[in-house]
Design a protein around this ligand. Structure first.
Ligand SMILES: [Zn+2]
Length: 377
């Protein structure tokens, strides 16, 4: 996965978190195998010791290196390419890698990209043409944990990262793919070793500037980091907007800057009036892989058009993920710029809207009016 993808000109931060977590996870698991001199791990990777320049198979009887001197490589060839030589004692080259590891890697990648869904073993089995039992056993043999445990630890890492970025606990949980906040609060607390709120308090977040202005839907707040717009919200009053921003980024340095952000606000207004595509707004938002797919697709839905939740699910090639699509719409951090208001129920009902169905209705009516009058004229 690349670190940034462009949707129009609005850049999303991509799944670097999950990628890093996958590597860190794997290294942790491998280190445990080395400590345990786990012969079952022979052939799955080798570890190299930077202080001696030698690489070994996991079960090598030699003295264990310090953690910071251990490096992990998929194959002896990789270790040698990095300048290490084979240990004479355990002869790591006589064990070759195997296909199971490739399978498990693909499964990991799949799980990472579907963190906000409950991916079952049956589901994975179908996806990878394996019996669920066999898949679980292989996965566990290679990584030492089940696919479900792997998904959980990816979520936990994403969650930590988002807390560190200064997001609220509720939102960080939601966006890390946790489905039921209250049920999981205590468990995440246990895994973090402390209350999520306390964990987050240790974090330093990027400064955020914001502006409040009038819009056809009441007061609007546009907030941005140095990289782009991170929040667009509607409310009745500026107090309400500022309160909302505080909840969303409680530990960011928030500074009001109406003048500095006037261009962004004007862009947004021009977009709401059908004069400019939303892609004129640079975005700096965190997204899970799934949210990214949904949100990117939504940006392709034109002014004055609508889709149903199930059409969106089909369009991103996950026809059964209708509820997850609705959730991705409900967690859109940038109103209008990502036009989640253009998604309706299949029967034509409005469906929900983070900023109130009244505003959704007004927005859609406005867009219909503008696009019909411009196509006539
Ligand atoms: Zn050795």
């Amino acid at each position: 996965m690349n670190s940034t993808i462009n949707v129009g000109t609005g850049a999303f931060k991509s799944e670097t978190v999950e990628q890093l977590s996958m590597n860190a996870m794997l290294a942790d698991v491998q280190w445990q195998a080395v400590l345990a001199r786990d012969a079952a791990s022979d052939g799955k990777f080798v570890f190299a010791v930077s202080s001696t320049g030698v690489y070994c198979r996991p079960s090598c009887p030699s003295k264990r290196p310090r953690r910071e001197n251990a490096n992990f490589f998929e194959t002896p060839q990789h270790a040698e390419a990095a300048g290490f030589r084979a240990c004479l004692r355990c002869r790591p080259k006589s064990v070759s890698g195997n296909r199971r590891q490739e399978l498990v890697k693909s499964v990991c990648r799949y799980i990472e990209q579907h963190l906000d869904e409950a991916v079952t073993l049956t589901h994975l089995g179908k996806e990878f043409r394996q019996s669920p039992f066999h898949l679980q056993r292989t996965f566990k043999a290679v990584l030492g944990i089940t696919p479900k445990e792997y998904a959980n630890s990816c979520r936990m890492r994403g969650f930590r990262q988002k807390l560190k970025a200064g997001q609220s606990v509720t939102r960080a949980m939601h966006e890390s793919g946790y489905s039921s906040t209250s049920r999981l609060y205590s468990r995440t607390a246990a895994e973090l070793g402390m209350e999520p709120g306390k964990y987050r308090r240790g974090a330093i977040a990027a400064p955020i500037r914001y502006a409040c202005a009038d819009s056809p839907l009441g007061r609007v707040l546009v907030a941005a980091t140095d990289k782009g717009v991170c929040s667009i919200q509607f409310a009745e009053s500026d107090e309400e907007l500022e309160q909302g921003l505080k909840q969303e980024f409680p530990f960011a340095m928030r500074r009001r800057d109406d003048e500095g952000l006037s261009k962004l606000v004007q862009n947004l207004m021009r977009h709401m009036n059908g004069l400019e595509p939303a892609t004129a707004l640079p975005l700096d938002i965190q997204a899970t892989a799934f949210q990214r797919r949904v949100w990117s697709y939504l940006q392709s839905v034109g002014f004055g058009e609508t889709r149903s939740y199930s059409e969106v699910a089909k369009a991103i090639r996950q026809p059964s993920a209708v509820r997850a699509v609705a959730r991705a719409c409900a967690t859109n951090p940038v109103a209008v710029a990502i036009p989640c208001h253009r998604v309706l129920r299949s029967n034509g009902d409005l469906g929900g809207y983070r900023w109130g169905t009244g505003r959704k209705k007004a927005l859609l009516e406005m867009e219909t009016r503008i696009s019909t009058s411009s196509s006539r004229g």
